[in-house]
Design a protein. Sequence first.
Length: 228
Amino acid sequence: MSENNHAGHGRSGRGYYIALILCAVAVGITSYVYSRYTAEEEILLQKENVIPVGTMAPREDIPVIATQAPEQKNESRETEQTEPATVPKQKRKICSPVSGQEIFGYSMEALSYNQTTRDWRVHNGVDLAAEEGAPVCASCDGTVYTTYQDDSMGYTVVIRHDGGYTTRYSSLTEDLAVSAGDPVQAGQTIGYAGTTALVETAMGSHVHFSVTCQDKPMDPMEFLSLSE
Ligand SMILES: [Zn+2]
């Protein structure tokens, strides 16, 4: 009887140690897999946001996405989201980046349906029709702040202007005509229209043109209307 008890105690003792070792192995594997996963995820994120080192482009082009149709405008939500940019009514030489018509409008206060991604999102610029390879020009005198490429908006040039304005030209071809630091004049070719904005491929070849004033989005058509 006592032997049996002793033997039983020995078995459960071994079982306890085996269980302890298994737990330790499981914890080890879990932490290895987790650290590996987060490292891979970080690399993926870095790939998706390819911005040259040393330049911090304001990323207001990242769209807000909704899977539902937009509801009626809510006054309090509107004031929370984006205050309209203060626009100094200062006339200057401004031209449209391309001669093509607007094919998709600016819409920051209401969600609009994106035919490429098939969801509802804000649109921080205007889409201007332009044949593949058509020259795209700087809309105003300024300095190239940065150029970059990302999966959503494709090859992009960002130009800063006097008065706190920044213009951004996306969906360009890889063959950009300027680089960071270049001074540019209104009408100067900075790149060529393409189809590199993957969230807007349904639009065909075009330029996604967006403007900020003091880092707040503004309707590019309002900016173009400031032309002297
Ligand atoms: Zn667009």
